[in-house]
Design a protein around this ligand. Structure first.
Ligand code: ZN
Length: 133
């Protein structure tokens, strides 16, 4: 079952610029800057009242974020929902004909496991997040 919005992912070309804007001007709390090798991105995470805003800068040309920036430019890339049962959720989605990008959870940032739902099935690219084992 989905419990809450975990974070909103925003694709950017320049992570430092997004930190300058959202830390220095908006006054959001910068939680951490972390590389996520499985997605080939560097992430700057802010907390806004319990929901995280994550700015994503690609670390390689074949990163999914590079392709997104090329096609659509900077902007909202995905929304992520927190679940306490990612395996059950994926199974249920597949049974209902939802197309998954990740059929099995993969490692996300900060010790989480994640799986992406294909935007063809969910309108906007959607990430499921759960605590890793
Ligand atoms: Zn995400």
């Amino acid at each position: 079952m989905i419990k809450k919005i975990d974070h909103i992912g925003i694709a950017v070309k320049d992570l430092n610029r997004s930190v300058e804007i959202y830390k220095d001007i908006f006054g959001f709390e910068l939680l951490e800057v972390e590389d996520v090798p499985s997605q080939k991105v560097r992430v700057a995470k802010f907390d806004v009242g319990g929901v995280h805003i994550e700015f994503l800068q690609p670390l390689a040309e074949d990163s999914p974020i590079s392709k997104f920036l090329e096609k659509k430019g900077e902007g909202i890339h995905h929304i992520a929902y927190y679940t306490d049962d990612i395996d059950g959720l994926i199974e249920g989605f597949k049974n209902k004909g939802i197309k998954m990008i990740n059929d099995e959870p993969v490692n996300g940032s900060s010790g989480t496991v994640i799986a992406f739902v294909h935007p063809k099935s969910s309108i906007i690219l959607t990430e499921l997040v759960s605590k890793g084992e």
